[in-house]
Design a protein around this ligand. Structure first.
Ligand code: GDP
Ligand code: IMO
Ligand code: MG
Length: 432
C-alpha cells in the first residue's frame, strides 16, 4: 500500500463513476473527504452489501475502518442527510464513522423553493438544475447570510442567525416571488431537531484531516459533479454552483495543494450530460440508444432526478481542458464495456467554430453551441469486456482505444472500469 493523498475528480459533466471508484479505493484509505456539492450528486455504488445510491455520504462508508468526512465545501440538506444515514443503517451499514464539517453550509427550505422558482422564471433559458436548492445555498454562503452546520447545534446561535436571514428572505419571498413567508419558530424547531439528531457527526474536521496528512496516511478526496460543470471553468451559466475541480478539493476539504500527490480524473469512455447546456459531441438516434443502455442497471438515467442523460462521444478537447486546468496526472476510464457492441467508435478530437479550429471550449455557451466537432473514428472490438481484469484481457481494439484517449489527454491511465461491480476494474497503476 502506498500512502498518498489522491483527489478523485469528475472530469466531464458528472456521473463519470466517481462513487464506484472511491468505493473500491476506500478499502486502502484511512480517510475519505467529500469536498463539494450537495444532494444534487448521485453516486451509485455496487458492492458486497448491494446497490446504493449515495448523495451526500462519501463512498468510503462501506469500510468501517475508514473515516468518512463531509467537508466544509459542501452544502447539506439535513433532512435528506438524515434519511440517507437512516437508509444505510437499515441496510446494516455502520455510519458511526461519518463526520460532518461544522463549517459546511445548510441547504434550507427557502433555498429549495428559490431554486425551483428561479428555474420557472428562467423559462426557456432554464439550467435544468436538480431542484435541490444548491445554487441559492452557495449564493447565500457567498453573500454571508448562510446557516452553517455548527449553528444547528447551538440553539441561541441558530435562532439569532435564522431570524436575521429570514428578515431578508421573507421580504424577497413576499414581494419578488409573491409567495408565502417562512415562519421563524417552525424553521427553528425543525432545524434544531436536525442538529440534535446529527450532533454526534458534526465537528470541526480540521484536526482529523491534518492528522491524516501529517501522518502520511492514505487519503481520498471524493469529487462530486464534474469539471465541465464548474462555476468558473464550466459552460456558464449551465453549470452547478460549486467547484468540482482540484481548487474546490483543496478549499472544500481544507487541504493544501502541495499535500496532494495525485489528481485522478474520472472519465467515461464516452460522454453524458444531464440538464441544459452545450455538448458538441452529443449524438441521437441508434448511437444514442446504444450508449444509453436503457433497461440495464447502469443505464444513462440521472441517479438523483431520474432524467434521461444526454449522451455523446468522448470529447478529447473538453478532456484536455479538464486535465490542464486541474493538473490531472492519472486517468480512470469507466464504462468501457458500454462500447463493447459498437462496430465503430468516434472521438471528438477538435472543435471548429466559424470556420476556424479552436483547441479549447469557447467562453460563451452561444458559441459553444455552434462548435462543430471534428471526429476521428476507431474500430470497435465487438467482444464483451466485463470479465477483463488485466490489460492483456482486453481486445486489441479496446487497448488501442484506451491508449488513444490517454494520448489525447496527455496523462497516464491508472484504472479502467468494465462494469459497475466492485471487482470490475483493471488496475494499471496502484495509486494507493
Ligand atoms: P458518479 O456520480 O460519478 O458517482 O456516477 P453515477 O453513479 O451517477 O453514474 C455512473 C453509473 O455507471 C452508475 O450506475 C454505476 O453503477 C455505473 N458504472 C460505473 N462504472 C461502470 C462501468 O465501468 N461499467 C458499467 N457498465 N457501469 C458502470
Ligand atoms: P454527480 O456527483 C450530473 C447538473 C444538473 C444541472 C446543473 C446544475 O452525480 O456527478 P444544480 O442542481 O447543481 O444547480 O444543477 O448541474 N448536475 C449534475 N449532473 N451529475 C451530478 O452529480 C450533477 N450535479 C449537478 O443536472 O445541469
Ligand atoms: Mg452521479
Amino acid at each position: 500500500m502506498q500512502m498518498a493523498v489522491v483527489a478523485v475528480l469528475g472530469a466531464q459533466w458528472g456521473d463519470e463513476g466517481k462513487g464506484h471508484i472511491v468505493d473500491i479505493l476506500a478499502a486502502r484509505a484511512t480517510t475519505v473527504v467529500r469536498y463539494g456539492g450537495g444532494n444534487n450528486a448521485g453516486h451509485t455504488v455496487v458492492n458486497r452489501h448491494g446497490t446504493f445510491k449515495l448523495h451526500m455520504i462519501p463512498a468510503g462508508i462501506f469500510e468501517p475502518a475508514t473515516l468518512n468526512i463531509v467537508g466544509n465545501g459542501t452544502v447539506i440538506d439535513p433532512k435528506d442527510f438524515i434519511a440517507e444515514l437512516d437508509g444505510l443503517m437499515q441496510r446494516g451499514i455502520d455510519v458511526s464513522n461519518v463526520r460532518i464539517s461544522d463549517r459546511a453550509h445548510v441547504v434550507m427550505p427557502y433555498h429549495v423553493l428559490q431554486d425551483r422558482l428561479d428555474e420557472q422564471l428562467r423559462g426557456d433559458a432554464k439550467i435544468g438544475t436538480t431542484g435541490r436548492g444548491i445554487g441559492p445555498a452557495y449564493a447565500d454562503k457567498m453573500s454571508r447570510i448562510g446557516i452553517r452546520m455548527a449553528d444547528l447545534t447551538n440553539p441561541n446561535m441558530l435562532r439569532q442567525r435564522l431570524s436575521a436571514v429570514l428578515s431578508i428572505k421573507n421580504r424577497l419571498f413576499t414581494t419578488y416571488y409573491a409567495s408565502e413567508p417562512f415562519d421563524l419558530e417552525a424553521l427553528y424547531s425543525e432545524y434544531l431537531a436536525y442538529g440534535q439528531r446529527l450532533a454526534a457527526h458534526i465537528t470541526d474536521v480540521y484536526p482529523a484531516i491534518q492528522r491524516a496528512i501529517s501522518g502520511h496516511e492514505a487519503v481520498l478526496l471524493e469529487g462530486a459533479q464534474g469539471i465541465l460543470l464548474d462555476i468558473d471553468h464550466g459552460t456558464y451559466p449551465f453549470v452547478t454552483s460549486s467547484l468540482p475541480g482540484i481548487a474546490g478539493a483543496c478549499q472544500g476539504a481544507g487541504i493544501a495543494p502541495n499535500a496532494i500527490d495525485h489528481v485522478m480524473g474520472v472519465f467515461k469512455a464516452y460522454a453524458t450530460r444531464v440538464g441544459s447546456g452545450p455538448f458538441p459531441s452529443e449524438v441521437d438516434g441508434v448511437t444514442a440508444d446504444a450508449l444509453r443502455q436503457m433497461g440495464k442497471p447502469w443505464a444513462e438515467v440521472g441517479t438523483t432526478t431520474g432524467r434521461l442523460r444526454r449522451v455523446g462521444w468522448f470529447d478529447a478537447v473538453a478532456a484536455r481542458y479538464a486535465v490542464n486546468l486541474n493538473g490531472i496526472d492519472l486517468l480512470t476510464i469507466t464504462k468501457l464495456d458500454v462500447l463493447d457492441e459498437l462496430a465503430e467508435i468516434a472521438i471528438c478530437v477538435g472543435y471548429r467554430l466559424h470556420g476556424a479550429i479552436i483547441d479549447h471550449p469557447p467562453t460563451q455557451p452561444e458559441d459553444y453551441a455552434l462548435v462543430e466537432p471534428i471526429y476521428e473514428t476507431m474500430p470497435g472490438w465487438l467482444t464483451p469486456t466485463p470479465d477483463a481484469r488485466s490489460w492483456q484481457d482486453l481486445p486489441a481494439a479496446a487497448q488501442a482505444y484506451v491508449q488513444r484517449l490517454a494520448e489525447l489527454c496527455e496523462a497516464k491511465v491508472a484504472i479502467i472500469s468494465v462494469g459497475p461491480g466492485h471487482e470490475q476494474i483493471i488496475e494499471m497503476i496502484p495509486v494507493l
